[in-house]
Ligand binder design. Structure first.
Ligand code: MOS
Length: 694
């Protein structure tokens, strides 16, 4: 084994781990400096309407309050790419919680008191926030999130369904869900003349830089955005959020460094959420358990500010071989907060529905649910006809079944109990696409024998900087401890965000190329290095986004065991076991954390996570971690993640697929299928809270 074999894939500890656990890692709201002011936003209190009057005098009279900005006096901004960022630009209130003002003060307490003292009057307009499958305003969008066509299909699904030996026709509901990262969104902004420096809790500094340039009409190189440490995002920090605009505006108006740290209860309305999805699944099969038709129809909502369509029918285009397929999305624009990305948008709710329906079909046919999936493996990607670059879902199912002890399971529902507790097990498959975007990186060898690698990656808690250092050390043929790495600074150059499970592939491809080039230069160089060292750059634009002739996806399989208390209605997940096929695993430690983190988030989706839209007030009821319950340690039993060896030469120089999102895909379906096995009852609306189960 060579030194480089050892570095790529090794379970290396996070480089910033010590800083984080000792509290010395600084987050966006913690970039203090003398004269730093704090700002607190004012959210709209009507579900829809317009601001008719603003009285800032009571706020300005409070000690420590420096300024109050509303649409009446805030600077006019350029048009952003994302209309949710056009804050304080007019009196219109598109939804409750939309920011209509911001108060800047010497302290956080004074800013909060000031925000409470601002008097705003509104003219309310009628609002509609309730999604129904037959909403009269629902339409077929041009495309869904990710640029996917809204409707695809082939064959004659209706005819095939009518003549199928077995069929299921079922509806599933996934409620609105919120990302709720540990660190709420925050930004600190400071102007020096016409230069703007921002510390932002973001999944990608380049996107923040671009939007601020549009909004403040500045060349991008006058704006520097840092995001050195980010306390999670799960998609909600994938694009800039209004707090960074308010911070930059407030800093410019007051001439101070200004921090806007959003309180958690403001997040649900302004940082995106997973839109609710209403699914209708129709599956037909012949008596041998082979699909004859698959129809997945999704209805969802978006806001009136911006169209975002959760692409939940997309995984049905990938998963199973069928002679007839139809997938479709409809969306209604309502007076709701704007939905956005949440971990595995599309695949997560889509696979919940599809994998639950497959379980129903297995029961209908009397075929083991693992076996049913294996029987319906497609030869090529069903929707596109492209060959898969690699597809090891069967290996994941078999390996998972072996590790879980699936064999010997009594398939009959309600066949296991301990006193008043019913026990069951379930399975579901997982898939997530392989994505990659252009990026720049540089690498320099310095005379002391070390290397400095620079790439504008963001490490949102995943271990990205550690894995990128491993990729660099591997390409350089250098020991890992000689590689320094700078990340999360827009000044380094363009980089895509930490999202779409594509960060490591995108940043890593550029790092690999810069380091390979540098290694070549060093091989040609003789004698000591010059003082400034020797460096090399890479820019993967133009090749990273080239269309592949292959269908490239990661796959996986989840197995869950649950206990259902028939007295309290409480469901506990006692075991969760996932096996994934995601190309080469680059860091066994951080990869495992990503997988079990995703699986645990799926457990929350299955059992407790639920954002309820209040039809009268037009806002989400759960706005804190007490009412929006994400899994705590006590909720999580035995969680295991494994992977199968997978070599795929059609990916990137590292041979890796993304791993950030696939863990949440299918996890909730495995839990739901286990609850059906335990109880004999099919619950088709998440989450499986005791009030539903009893
Ligand atoms: Mo992830 S939802 O692509 O940040």
């Amino acid at each position: 084994m060579t030194a480089t074999d050892a570095v790529l894939g090794a379970p290396v500890e996070r480089r910033e781990g010590r800083e984080k656990v000792t509290g010395t890692a600084r987050y966006a709201a913690e970039f203090d400096a003398p004269g730093r002011a704090q700002a607190w936003p004012v959210p709209a209190t009507v579900p829809r309407g317009r601001v008719t009057g603003v009285d800032t005098a009571p706020a300005l009279a409070l000690p420590g309050v420096l300024a109050v900005l509303t649409h009446e006096n805030a600077p006019r901004l350029g048009a952003p790419d994302d209309p949710t960022l056009a804050v304080l630009q007019g009196p219109h209130v598109p939804h409750r919680g939309w920011f209509v003002g911001v108060v800047v003060a010497e302290t956080l307490e004074a800013a909060r008191a000031g925000a409470a003292a601002v008097r705003i009057t509104y003219e309310a307009e009628p609002h509609d926030v309730v999604l129904t499958a037959s909403h009269p305003e629902a339409y077929v969008p041009e495309s869904a999130n990710g640029g996917f066509p809204a409707v695809t299909g082939y064959g004659d699904p209706d005819g095939a369904l009518a003549s199928s030996a077995a069929r299921v026709d079922v509806a599933y509901t996934v409620p609105p869900l919120h990302n709720h990262p540990m660190e709420p969104h925050a930004s600190t902004a400071q102007w020096d003349g016409d230069r703007l420096t921002v510390h932002c809790s973001s999944q990608g500094t380049s996107a923040v830089q671009k939007e601020l340039a549009r909004l403040f009409d500045l060349p991008e190189d006058r704006i520097t955005v840092h995001a050195e440490h980010v306390g999670g995002g799960f998609g909600s920090k994938g694009t800039p959020r209004p707090e960074v605009v308010l911070a930059a505006m407030a800093a410019r108006e007051t001439g101070r460094r200004v921090t806007v740290a959003l309180p958690r209860r403001y997040l649900p309305a302004v940082v995106g959420h997973r839109a609710p999805t209403l699914h209708r699944l129709r599956l037909g099969a012949d008596s041998g358990g082979r699909l004859t038709a698959l129809v997945h129809e999704v209805t969802t909502y978006t806001s009136r500010v911006k169209e975002f369509v959760e692409q939940a029918a997309v995984p049905a285009r990938v998963m199973y071989g069928t002679p007839a397929l139809r997938t479709s999305h409809r969306v209604a624009a309502l007076d709701v907060p704007t939905p956005s990305w949440m971990r595995a948008p599309g695949e997560c709710p889509g696979m919940y529905a599809l994998e639950s329906a497959m379980d129903e079909l297995a029961a209908e046919l009397g075929v083991d649910p693992v076996e049913l999936r294996i029987r319906n493996e497609p030869e090529t990607e069903p929707d596109s006809g492209r060959p898969f670059s690699s597809r090891n879902v069967v290996a994941c199912l078999r390996e998972g079944a072996r590790r879980f002890g699936w064999e010997g399971r009594d398939p009959r529902p309600r066949s296991r109990s301990e006193g008043s507790v019913l026990i069951g097990s379930g399975v579901a498959s997982a898939t997530y696409p392989v994505l990659v975007s252009p990026c720049v990186a540089s690498a320099r060898a310095v005379p002391d024998g070390g290397f400095l690698v620079r790439v504008n990656a963001t490490d949102i808690g995943t271990g990205a900087r550690t894995v990128l250092a491993q990729i660099a050390a591997d390409a350089l043929g250098a020991p890992l401890d000689r590689v320094r790495i700078d990340v999360a600074d827009s000044g380094i150059g363009f980089a895509p965000m930490a999202g779409g499970s594509s960060g490591t592939a995108s940043w890593g491809s550029a790092v690999h190329e810069a380091c390979t080039r540098l290694a070549g230069r060093l091989a040609e160089h003789s004698g000591p290095l010059p003082d400034e060292g020797i460096s090399a750059e890479a820019d993967t634009s133009g090749k990273a986004d080239a269309e592949s002739p292959y269908a490239r996806h990661a796959f996986g399989a989840h197995f869950a065991e649950v206990s259902v208390d028939t007295v309290s209605g409480e469901v506990r997940v006692t075991r969760l076991l996932g096996v994934f096929a995601a190309g080469r695993i680059l860091n066994a430690r951080t990869a495992r954390s990503q997988f079990i983190g995703g699986m645990t988030m799926g457990l929350g989706m299955a059992l407790t996570e639920d954002s309820t839209m209040d039809p009268v007030f037009g806002d989400f009821v759960e706005r804190d971690l007490a009412s929006y319950h994400v899994p705590a340690h006590a909720d999580v039993g035995d969680v295991e993640a494994h992977w199968v060896d997978e070599t795929d030469d059609h990916l990137n120089p590292m041979g890796s697929k993304g791993i950030g999102e696939i863990g949440i895909v299918g996890s909730a379906a495995a839990v739901g299928n286990a609850v059906h096995h335990a109880t004999g009852i099919r619950f088709r609306e998440l989450p499986l809270t005791p009030d539903r189960v009893l």
